[in-house]
Design a protein around this ligand. Structure first.
Ligand SMILES: *Cc1c(COP(=O)(O)O)cnc(C)c1O
Length: 358
């Protein structure tokens, strides 16, 4: 089965085999070494120096990393601005609300572009905003938000920028130091091609809470994780097999040429699909210049509902992904993350052609 959903992804043989490594206790030195290696590999993805940055590993899905980032890095007496233009931006607001974090939202309809002028005006009216959180690639629609420009505005206003990079980390440009990103939440099982179970936050060390801070959560406190991991340990049981897979996936990633190579590869596959679907009259929701290379949304072909379309494709070996909320009836999504080849996607186009011509 070829998975065209935005994670979990098809694994390479190499990553799958890594799952068969020996059973391991998370209090043993072998685990400690594995964890140290992954933390280094993750910083190397965007060339970040270990003195200034930490990769903090958590057991959970991408949402765990988002929640850990927001709850651990916004101090009690500060205020967060959340920019929403899709499901995941709205999820950040939910996290803030549940944890009683003071926050404001700058809301846009799903898929709409963030208007920078409106952001600047909102910041001028609310000088107490200290942190801004935004999704880099809004997987709801495939829109890639303009992080470079948002980061510039944050820098000018001395606002700390907390990024949901769950579906962009490893495949899109993330210029942590030059842009001035404070932290970025991500996961093993999207653009890095590991398995679900491990999520992480890349964070500037100077943004971590001071040691005597009472955390908002026990399990998701980044300060505790970072301190223990710096000492080679872990506060709680980690997903050991998922660590094995991630270490292998990161080795494979580096050997293949890092994020730039992955970006290029994804963009070839995305263009192949986009051109092929357009030739059948299936139109993309957004123009390529507004989209990530990771996932694109398309209008459903005429005369077929999502369930039927999905089931016909699945019967021929491909899993597409539904739209969320209001978009359920009008779009479908195709992500080309994971160990997928050009030939897989050429065959996908044939399968789509068959499915709509039946
Ligand atoms: C996948 C995803 C998440 C996390 O979803 P999980 O189901 O918790 O893995 C968060 N943000 C974005 C942008 C995503 O694409």
């Amino acid at each position: 089965m070829i998975l065209l959903n935005p994670g979990p992804v098809n694994l390479s043989d190499r990553v799958r085999k890594a799952l068969l490594n020996p059973d391991l206790c998370h209090r043993e030195v072998e685990f400690s070494q594995l964890q140290i290696r992954i933390r280094q590999q993750l910083l190397q993805v965007y060339n970040l120096p270990q003195e200034d940055w930490a990769a903090v590993l958590l057991t959970g899905s991408g949402t765990a990393a988002m929640e850990a980032m927001v709850t651990s890095l916004v101090p009690r007496d500060r205020k967060l601005l959340v920019i929403e233009n899709g499901v995941y931006g709205e999820r950040i607001s939910k996290i803030a609300k549940i944890h009683g974090i003071a926050y404001l939202t700058l809301h846009y309809s799903w898929g709409d572009e963030i208007k920078l002028q409106e952001l600047v005006e909102l910041l001028a009216q609310n000088p107490d905003i200290s942190h801004l959180s935004v999704v880099h690639h809004e997987t709801t629609t495939g829109r890639l938000n303009n992080l470079a420009q948002l980061a510039t505005i944050c820098r000018e206003h001395q606002i700390q920028l907390l990024v949901d990079g769950v579906s962009s980390f490893g495949a899109e440009e993330l210029n942590f130091e030059a842009w001035g990103i404070t932290a970025c939440a991500a996961t093993a099982n999207k653009c890095l091609h590991g398995i679900p179970g491990t999520a992480f936050v890349i964070v500037r060390r100077d943004a971590l809470p001071p040691k005597d801070t009472i955390p908002r959560t026990l399990y998701l406190d980044l300060g505790t994780y970072c301190q223990k991991q710096d000492g080679g340990g872990t506060p709680y049981t980690q997903s050991v097999q998922s660590f094995y897979a991630l270490a292998e996936a990161l080795a494979e990633f580096a050997e293949a040429g890092g994020w730039q190579a992955r970006h290029k590869y994804y963009s070839q596959l995305a263009n192949l699909v986009r051109d092929g679907l357009l030739a059948m009259g299936i139109k993309p929701l957004l123009p390529p210049e507004s989209s990530s290379v990771v996932l694109n949304a398309y209008y459903l072909p005429e005369g077929i509902n999502y369930e039927e379309f999905h089931d016909r494709l699945k019967a021929r070996g491909y899993v597409i992904y539904a739209g969320q909320g209001n978009l359920t009836r009008s779009i479908f999504r195709v992500s080309t993350m994971g160990a997928i080849t050009h030939a897989d996607m050429e065959r996908f186009l044939d399968v789509v052609k068959n499915a709509i011509n039946r």
